[in-house]
Write a protein that binds this ligand. Structure first.
Ligand SMILES: [Zn+2]
Length: 422
């Protein structure tokens, strides 16, 4: 038995926000009350700390199979636990891609060895060919939780429509990375800084919001649910809001980097600040924060994208791969740029990092209740933290190394077991 004493217990599902004790046994929470006494239980003193549901991240890249020099399911899971996450959803752009039941089973066998909950989507199209749908029904039956070709946007509107119709039939949804290649330049650099500083044609806003506008309207017409991944533009927030206003089933996520930073970070952090979609303008950063506040955006997801230092540190920055390692800074970025900045309450932040993403996928996660799962994150919301390069992830491609942020994860507990302690 594990007894968590005197923590500020916060549950976004019910709104509970009270100093309480939490008793855990056999992977479940068995009691939450102002005072719980239990002789012989292992005790954690959580005085001054927040006791929250284990964080849920629905957008991570763990690179297994195929690119395990960057990350693997084990190190990705350790990074998740260090960041306070107890449930993650892997993207399917592995090598091979997760497009068939055989590959899916390999991935899930590996995931089952971890102490946190590692789930995965499968691809929408076979090996990302953009044309032929995978066998959604068989992949769902084998344990895929959803579908995404994240990384490779779907150019064919016909395929998007077919995928939405198939997903709807099976009571699931598709998630889309929206950057139309036909409207884009070199990825990873927002168009403004690309032109002014790098003298190249960069990643345009229209590539994102035009493709998104197409897809939310296909969702409207088919009455299917579409989830928009890592939106980054002011206009994109308006597109989602418009579609939701029409009654379309559209949900959206934003990555911490997009509400924290602008394209200027490329000038100081180089390729570690290169990502798809790219960091944008201050007006875009403000707009995604407003989208979080209004509820248009319900989910914060990291897009954890580890890369090896040798790949990132190439002479020509346009040749470096896009993406940043994100699991171990996500909570701190939310605490710093949303809560400390006065944009969201701590409860609102937790809702977007626990209950909302769990609800999207119908996971038995993201809340704290008696008889509920003992997936719990205990953190100091006020602690000062200087981000250093000692990550549990294999990768160190974070543009936040050296930055002073708020918040420190103290314990991550999953299925009743302490899986991370600081
Ligand atoms: Zn993506």
């Amino acid at each position: 038995m594990l007894l968590i004493k005197n923590g500020r217990v916060m549950d976004p599902k019910t709104g509970l926000d009270q100093v309480c004790d939490v008793l855990v046994q056999d992977g479940k929470i068995i009691k939450i009350a102002p005072e719980v006494k239990e002789e012989g239980a292992e005790t954690i003193d959580a005085s001054g700390l927040v006791v929250a549901p284990g964080l849920v991240d629905i957008h991570v890249h763990f690179r297994e199979p195929g690119q395990t020099h960057k990350e693997d399911i084990h190190t990705g899971s350790l990074a998740a636990a260090a960041g306070g996450f107890t449930t993650v959803v892997m993207m399917a752009n592995t090598s091979p891609t997760i497009s068939d039941v055989e590959t899916l089973k390999e991935v899930l066998d590996s995931a089952a060895k971890e102490k946190i909950n590692v789930k995965t989507v499968a691809t929408i199209t076979k090996n990302f060919n953009g044309q032929d749908l995978t066998d959604f029904k068989a992949l769902l039956a084998a344990g895929a939780v959803g579908f995404s070709d994240d990384g490779i946007p779907l150019e064919s509107s016909k395929v998007v429509k077919e995928a939405m119709e198939e997903a709807k039939k099976l009571n699931t949804f598709i998630s889309l990375h929206e950057e139309d290649p036909g409207l884009n330049g070199i990825l990873g650099f927002n168009e403004n800084i690309a032109k002014e500083h790098f003298h190249i044609c960069g990643a345009t806003g229209v590539a994102e919001y035009a493709m998104m506008a197409r897809d939310v309207m296909i969702a409207y017409a088919t009455k299917a649910h579409v989830h928009i991944q890592h939106l980054s533009k002011e206009e994109s927030v308006k597109v989602v809001e418009f579609a939701q206003g029409l009654g379309a089933q559209v949900t959206a996520e934003v990555a911490p980097q997009h509400f924290s930073k602008t394209e200027a970070l490329l000038l100081t952090q180089g390729s570690n600040a290169k990502m798809n979609p790219p960091l944008r303008l201050e007006s875009d950063r403000r707009a995604v924060i407003e989208g979080l506040k209004s509820g248009v955006i319900t989910v914060i997801a990291t897009d954890h994208a580890p890369h090896h230092a040798d790949e990132k540190n190439v002479e020509d920055i346009t040749k470096a791969p896009s993406g940043m390692t994100g699991l171990e800074t996500s909570l701190s970025l939310g605490l710093t740029y949303l809560v400390e900045a006065g944009e969201l309450s701590l409860m609102e932040l937790l809702g977007k990092m626990t209950y909302n993403p769990a609800k999207l996928y119908n996971f038995e996660a993201g809340y704290l209740a008696e008889n509920g799962p003992a997936d719990i994150t205990i953190f100091d919301a006020k602690a000062d933290r200087l981000v250093d390069s000692h990550f549990a992830s294999k990768a160190t491609n974070s543009p936040f190394i050296g930055e002073a942020l708020k918040g420190q994860v103290k314990y991550t507990i999953c299925k009743g077991q302490i899986v991370y302690q600081n």
